[in-house]
Design a protein around this ligand. Structure first.
Ligand code: F6R
Length: 369
């Protein structure tokens, strides 16, 4: 049932192009408009929403962090993202004009379920983004947008994460469409590129051998750091989480702009640091800033592993290892930038002799608070 792969995780990583395509299927019509009829929250209610709060745990939380950038940029509705386990204990400000989005692969995560129950008690509408049909979280929500990743067996989430991102982009674009915000050229480009993203993920998967080789060469390291900015920051967090849970290594993700506020003190000779570089097109200021960060850490001895867009030649002099990803609109970059980090963590875990599909101390679905 592993379809010829050694681990479910490898199979699920390979299934990502199809998973993202399936999640888009039937949701964008020929004229590029979104049809999310399944989201049964009436359009007038969605037009009145004045705040969006995303609650989730772990990898799903990281997809929420990325969603915030897309939602605020495309809809101009303020969006907060909160760990579900923290949410209800701080008496969050919620009312009927707050839309709560609960993201969960399993649909059974107790922390997320308790957060959404709390939100509904305060009169907020809850939209679930979920991968498991008929599970508890969608059943208790006002509406659900299913991700169509298919069953995810490996404990470490991969294809569910990519489809959560796709679902988040769809929700953001749909809200933009319903509310009449930002419905211009940029959106057309994004929708067009989103429709093509499965092919780009496929392309990335085809170039992973050097990443596996690099991972094997790092098997005796103790620490790996991950840096990113903008949507690359949650990607860095996700890369670090994958490495912790699979390779049992100390791994941390930082916003690159925070380096100078503390973490740069960690940099020492030959420390592997993965840097997710934003597109040099788009928000190019951020690109240039992160290139300076790479120079700074390299000058202090870091071994730089740079994930950058094809054709981005500015990073070449500072990359000890370069991982190229296809050109995408800035906000969509996580869909392609995360894939090498999944492969990296999986290969490092294997090289360290760890059980990839069943990491120690972890369960696929966490049904206790
Ligand atoms: C990490 C991972 C976990 C889950 C988290 C939420 O690879 O799988 O961090 O993402 O436990 O689970 P769901 O999405 O089922 O609510």
């Amino acid at each position: 049932e592993k379809g010829g792969y050694d681990y479910f995780m490898l199979k699920e990583i390979a299934e990502q192009p199809k998973a993202v395509a399936d999640t888009l299927l039937g949701r964008i019509d020929a004229s590029g408009r979104l049809t999310l009829d399944e989201v049964r929250i009436p359009e007038p209610v969605l037009r009145e929403i004045n705040k969006i709060v995303i609650v989730a745990c772990g990898t799903a939380f990281h997809s929420g962090l990325i969603a915030k950038y897309a939602i605020e940029h495309w809809t101009r509705v303020p969006c907060e993202v909160e760990l579900a386990s923290e949410f209800r204990y701080r008496d969050p400000i919620l009312d009927p004009r707050t839309l709560v989005v609960a993201i969960s692969q399993s649909g059974e995560t107790m922390d997320t379920l308790m957060a959404l129950r709390h939100a509904r008690e305060q009169g907020s509408k809850v939209l679930a983004i979920c991968n498991t049909n008929g599970s508890t979280i969608p059943r208790e929500s006002d509406a659900v947008l299913y991700t169509h990743a298919g069953p995810e067996v490996a404990v470490a989430s991969t294809k569910a994460f990519l489809t959560q991102l796709v679902a988040c982009y769809l929700v953001a674009l749909y809200l933009g469409q319903v509310r009449g915000t930002k419905w211009g050229d940029e959106i057309d480009t994004v929708i067009h590129e989103l429709s093509d993203i499965g092919r780009q993920v496929e392309q990335v998967l085809g170039t992973m051998e050097p990443v596996r080789e690099l991972a094997r060469s790092l098997k005796d390291k103790n620490t790996v750091l991950f840096l990113g900015r903008h949507v690359g920051y949650p990607v860095a967090l996700e890369g670090a989480l994958k490495l912790k849970e699979l390779a049992y290594m100390h791994a941390e993700g930082f916003a690159a702009g925070e380096l100078k506020h503390g973490p740069i003190a960690l940099i020492e000779e030959d420390l592997p640091v993965v840097v997710v570089v934003p597109s040099p097109r788009g928000r190019s200021v951020l690109h240039d800033k992160i290139v300076s960060n790479i120079q700074e850490i390299r000058a202090r001895g870091a071994r730089t592993i740079v994930i950058a867009e094809e054709g981005d030649t500015t990073v070449l002099p500072y990359a000890d290892h370069l991982i190229s990803i296809p050109q995408t609109p800035t906000l969509l970059q996580p869909l392609v930038a995360t894939v090498p980090l999944q492969v990296f963590a999986c290969e490092l875990a294997t090289a360290r002799g760890n059980e990839v599909d069943q990491p120690r101390n972890l369960a696929k679905s966490v049904t206790v608070e």
